[in-house]
Ligand binder design. Sequence first.
Ligand SMILES: NC(=O)c1ccc[n+]([C@@H]2O[C@H](COP(=O)([O-])OP(=O)(O)OC[C@H]3O[C@@H](n4cnc5c(N)ncnc54)[C@H](O)[C@@H]3O)[C@@H](O)[C@H]2O)c1
Length: 249
Amino acid sequence: MNKANNLPVALVTGGARGLGFAIGAHLVHAGYRVILADRDGEAATCAATELGAFAQGLTLDVTSESGVESALDAVEAEHGLPWLLVNNAALMKAQPVLDIDIETFDAVMSVNARGTFLCSQRFARRLRGLDQGGRIVNIGSLAGQNGGSATGAHYAASKGAVHTLTKVFARDLAPYGITVNAIAPGPLDLPSVAETIGEDAAARIAQALPTGRMGDPTTIARMVVELARPDAGSLTGATIDINCGLYMR
Ligand SMILES: NC(=O)c1ccc[n+]([C@@H]2O[C@H](COP(=O)([O-])OP(=O)(O)OC[C@H]3O[C@@H](n4cnc5c(N)ncnc54)[C@H](O)[C@@H]3O)[C@@H](O)[C@H]2O)c1
């Protein structure tokens, strides 16, 4: 809870733009104090300004152990521990498997898998002794379920790791009242898609979707709000598919 005014606090990684920003906006609307934490702290602060007085930006590199601890220290000192962590920060690179250099493989795995692990573990360690519960929502991907190749083997493998981490953390944190769920979006109507795979490929993907159009980021953001509800304590370990009907399991 927020120390000053009892608002629940949400920390959204990669919140400076795209889906993280949309999630932040919905959380503010739902009554949260939102921390948009991003490697690009300046962009996060600008983004927070757009969301008004109940949002603020924070510089955070999710791959850095000391960075994660300092960010949690800062949030805890100012607002109290967050109720909700949204692991949204990610790197997407479109490369055929035979062209991926090992530095890029490591960078993608580091942000997407290590970052999710690190933020979740350090957040949960702090919540553990408080007996107040909490919520973790991981943003996975359809690519982590079906091996989608458009965004590359490193991205797909890292999102597969996110889905598996979701299950392990859900089981281990359940006794503390901390739920852990993932959302696995298909292609979304966001700038990152065309930036990653190009305008033409993005248009072809949109046409090939059963719905004929890219997914709406607000649908994902609304799901985050639902998963974060205090009365959703029995919903844990799930991966929610929001993929325009592209993949049904
Ligand atoms: N865009 C899509 O179609 C799509 C589909 C499925 C899943 N997703 C997932 O949704 C999430 C958001 O995607 P997006 O399209 O908004 O991406 P984006 O690239 O627009 O935004 C990602 C944000 O993460 C930040 N970031 C990168 N590395 C970081 C680090 N080390 N520490 C902290 N912040 C870091 C970036 O600065 C950026 O603000 C990601 O997890 C992505 O994998 C996106």
